[in-house]
Design a protein around this ligand. Structure first.
Ligand code: ADP
Ligand code: MG
Ligand code: MG
Length: 868
């Protein structure tokens, strides 16, 4: 039979599957000789067994094991469970593989009954303490096991009372318990323990745990472990207390411990956000030795786990105990900063740093903030900046209202006194979360940071009446639906809708991405053509431009007119006139491009779309154009009609235009080369233009167009008596081009995969119509995902592998890039890494992500190669 329970001495941190995160780490801390109260863990296997049963009871075998472990604990602690002069009290703690804050419930002070409470009072010489513990236990037991609201019992009594008063209170508690549950409060400690364990097991399937798992993509099949641990008492005396601490700031990542504690308090008091705790630094004055020990342990744990730790501790009569450690949850901003600092400190390698980052972090790091102007407005209240970012939305005072408003399409800001796990769904749909009470480690703060949602807590000037749906602040009142703006970075809350700034790449992110570049073996280029986009691409770290689409340069009014003139012109001289005009415009665009880019590579694609895309189809508009261009309306309409195509995607476009009306490509090539010559001379650099011919499917068409470009270039060199290196290459976007890649490589200087068209043509799915059936296809799992977003590795990827390998084999110097949408997609990049591809090119905003993805892909690929 498999073992179902483990002493703390038996486990280790790697056993999270079996012992849960909390349990495994308690074992690890125990084996590091840290001051951890003794205990044992019931494995997740036991939980899974329990949940799989028809009738939910603990198995005989498990009960026997638990009883055996309790005996061991009695021996170790020299106390006895449920009887005797020195009672053993325990906590019963849940803990799954992944930490789920506030999702599962913990019971403290278990083992107290009408007899042991007196023994505890006697041995501690503190009856107020002993009875208070008993009250807490009854209340928690009722809450966790029987779902009886803690409020039914009223606030836990404090202070000094007569023995008879305490007896009355306890008897009253037990009455409330009996009334609500229909059973007497169990006096047998073993029975208490069994009931508690069953409750923790069952809580795996409670609603809020399920919702949390759904939101965070955690499997429902893991089960939770249960930790049974000897109690230590933070509520014992004035020099007792309980606290939580991060080894670094979880909101910003700044170095330095960060946490809160409460003296004379127990467990949940601090997390519930009911009393406002003290910042950890004040513990240094109050208990210097404890503080020093705590810091030392925390630092040791951080080094040991190679990551920022979130620890829970209790001080009992001046002695420190560690109750939990785990890798702390943090904002995306903090995640990047911490990983970078740990690498700098030599705790983790650059590879580990890179692998700890994800796209979501980068996306959120580029979160918006309020404009400086907007921030000049006076804030209505200020709280603690628990999770950074900026958000604008309408106030909701309950999670339910937040959900309803959000379902109707509103941007919602959830404003509450404090949040609880029941609020999780409402929180997840909110743009920001604001609470009147609680500290930086309150439920709201922890959950919001996990979700990357902007959050402000502890707004003491805010009085929230959730029932009435109003909140008062010093100078006014907020009602449901009012617009407010929340700054999670400063903790300020404003009335109305403040203007938002686009996020800027942070300085650390910049450094981290540089490290990524050093590990990557593929470069990241941008798809851009306007000066603004090109600058943006460079700012985001592009090493060049992989795709500049010349047709995008025609969309200005005057240029469009000349383009139309060119297409519709009825005589040669007018056509030439239009060509001259357009050439000058293009040349000035290319000059600007080269001026920004200098020697950085830039691949310019010659005109690609069908010509009729430059013309309207509407008759009256065509007549207007005819009039403007001084042409015959009837003839224009006839010409446009003749240009119309049944399948424009498969029609007269790309290289086919280059063949049928060579003047356009010739004009473009002249513009490119003249601009490059001029800027090269002006800047005293050597620009190497990369001219790309789209939609090539045969060697001959490529050759014809290439020769005609070459002729223009030769003529230009002769005329000006100058010279410049240049490359003429091809897009690979037709399956046939992939199949004849070796022949194409013999004549082309470079390849660039246009994965959008290649996907369209490989599947035979029109990019423009695929939305009509792709959702059904992915829904029915006919396709794993949209192949225009995530490269189809099996089919399109196979063609790409064939083409890139054959191309490079034919010509080693052939450079190969990818410039479709998938060039910015991490999953696709991971695949492209396995091909002989030199760079990926994507939209500017996706470049930081692509840089990270390229680094990760290179690291993964290296590991793969080492394994082989
Ligand atoms: P959660 O997963 O919600 O943090 P925990 O199991 O960590 O639940 O318990 C919550 C708090 O209860 C702990 O932070 C600690 O303060 C207190 N606690 C748990 N076990 C003990 C114990 N054996 N002695 C003293 N306090 C305890
Ligand atoms: Mg808790
Ligand atoms: Mg905890």
């Amino acid at each position: 039979m498999t073992k179902l329970t483990y002493r703390f001495q038996e486990g280790k941190k790697e056993w999270k599957d079996l012992l849960g995160g909390k349990g495994a780490n308690l074992c690890e801390m125990t084996n590091l000789d840290l001051p951890v109260p003794n205990g044992f863990i019931i494995s997740t296997d036991a939980c899974k067994n329990y949940l799989a049963q028809e009738e939910k009871t603990l198995s005989k075998g498990l009960i026997a094991e638990i009883n055996f472990q309790v005996k061991e604990l009695e021996t170790l602690t020299n106390k006895s469970f449920g009887i005797g002069l020195n009672p053993l009290l325990v906590s019963v703690r849940s803990g799954a593989k992944y930490s789920m804050p506030g999702m599962m419930d913990t019971i403290l002070n278990l083992g107290l009954n009408d007899e042991t409470v007196y023994a505890l009072a006697e041995i501690t010489q503190n009856k107020d303490f002993a009875f208070q513990c008993y009250c807490r236990f009854i209340q928690m037991f009722a809450d966790v096991v029987y779902n009886i609201p803690a409020e039914n019992f009223g606030a836990i009594p404090t202070g000094t009372k007569e023995k008879s008063d305490w007896e009355n209170i306890i008897s009253n508690y037990q009455k409330i318990f009996a009334r609500a549950t229909g059973r007497k409060f169990p006096q047998d400690a073993f029975e208490q323990l069994q009931i508690a364990v069953e409750a923790v097991f069952s809580s795996w399937n409670n609603q809020r745990a399920k919702v949390y798992r759904r939101i965070h993509n955690i499997s429902d099949n893991l089960g939770t472990a249960v930790t049974i641990q000897q109690m230590v008492f933070g509520n014992y005396s004035e020099n007792s207390g309980t606290g939580v601490m991060f080894t670094r700031n979880p909101a910003t990542g700044e170095k330095g411990v960060y946490g809160e504690y409460l003296l004379k308090a127990q467990g949940e008091d601090i997390v519930a956000g009911i009393k406002t705790p003290e910042p950890i630094c004040t513990l240094q004055e109050k208990m210097p030795d404890v503080y020093a020990e705590l810091i030392e342990i925390a630092m040791q744990l951080e080094k040991h786990y190679c990551d920022m730790q979130d620890v829970e501790f209790t001080i009992e009569a001046g002695k420190l105990y560690m109750l939990q450690t785990r890798n702390g949850k943090r904002t995306p901003q903090a995640a990047v900063a911490i990983a970078y600092d740990l690498m700098k400190e030599g705790v983790i390698s650059e590879e580990t740093l890179i692998n700890r980052l994800d796209e979501e972090m980068i996306a959120q790091l580029m979160h918006p903030s309020f404009t400086n102007d907007a921030k000049k407005k006076a804030a209505i209240v200020r709280g603690l900046p628990a999770s950074p970012g900026a958000a604008v939305g309408q106030v909701a005072f309950t999670a339910k209202a937040a959900k309803e408003m959000s379902d109707k399409g509103s941007q919602v800001i959830l404003v509450r006194n404090e949040t609880s796990p029941e609020d999780i769904e409402g929180m997840s749909v909110s743009e920001a979360i604001v609470t009147a009470r609680g500290g930086m480690t309150s439920h709201a703060a922890v959950v919001a940071r996990g979700m990357g949602v902007c959050c402000v807590v502890g707004c003491e000037d805010l009085q929230v009446d959730e029932e009435k749906g109003v909140a008062n602040f010093t100078n006014g009142i907020l009602k449901t639906g009012d617009f407010i703006s929340v700054d999670g970075s400063s903790g300020r809350i404003y009335l109305g809708q403040l203007a938002l700034n686009e996020a800027e790449t942070s300085a650390v992110l910049e450094k981290v991405l540089k490290i990524c570049d050093a590990h990557a073996t593929m470069a990241v280029y941008g798809n851009a053509e306007t000066p603004r986009e090109i600058k943006e691409a460079l700012l985001k770290g592009a090493k060049g431009i992989g795709l500049a689409r010349t047709e995008h340069m025609f969309f200005q009014k005057e240029r469009l007119k000349m383009m139309r003139e060119l297409i519709l012109a009825d005589d040669r001289s007018r056509m030439d006139e239009a060509l001259v005009y357009i050439k000058e415009k293009q040349k000035s665009d290319f000059r600007q491009m080269y001026q920004i880019l200098g020697k950085l590579p830039c691949t310019i694609r010659l005109l690609d779309p069908p010509l009729h895309e430059f013309l309207p189809q509407d008759r009256s508009e065509l007549r207007a154009i005819a009039k403007e261009l001084n042409l015959n309306g009837q003839e224009v309409i006839a010409k446009v009609k003749s240009l119309a195509e049944v399948n424009p995607m498969l029609g007269l476009r790309g290289v086919r235009l280059g063949i049928t009306c060579p003047e356009i490509y010739q004009m473009q090539v002249a513009a490119i080369m003249e601009a490059a010559l001029e800027i090269s001379a002006q800047e005293k650099i050597t620009i190497t233009p990369h001219i790309m011919i789209p939609l090539v499917g045969t060697v001959k068409e490529f050759r014809i167009v290439k020769d005609s470009c070459q002729e223009v270039i030769n003529g230009l060199f002769e005329k000006t008596g100058t010279n410049l290196p240049f490359e003429i290459g091809t897009m690979i976007e037709i399956p046939r081009a992939c199949l004849i890649a070796d022949q194409l490589a013999a004549v082309a200087d470079f390849f660039s995969f246009g994965t959008n068209d290649l996907t369209q043509l490989t599947y035979g799915y029109s990019r423009d119509d695929a939305h009509k059936f792709l959702p059904t296809y992915t829904h029915q799992e006919i396709l794993p995902s949209d192949p225009f977003q995530h490269l189809d590795q099996e089919g399109v990827g196979k063609l790409m592998r064939f083409a890139s390998e054959n191309g490079k084999q034919e010509k080693e110097s052939l450079s190969v890039g990818v410039c479709g949408e998938v060039g910015g997609d991490p999953a696709s990049i991971a695949f492209i890494q396995t091909l002989p591809v030199d760079y990926v090119s994507c939209s500017p905003f996706r470049i930081p992500n692509a840089r990270l993805a390229c680094a990760k892909a290179a690291i993964a690929n290296k590991k793969q190669l080492i394994k082989l």
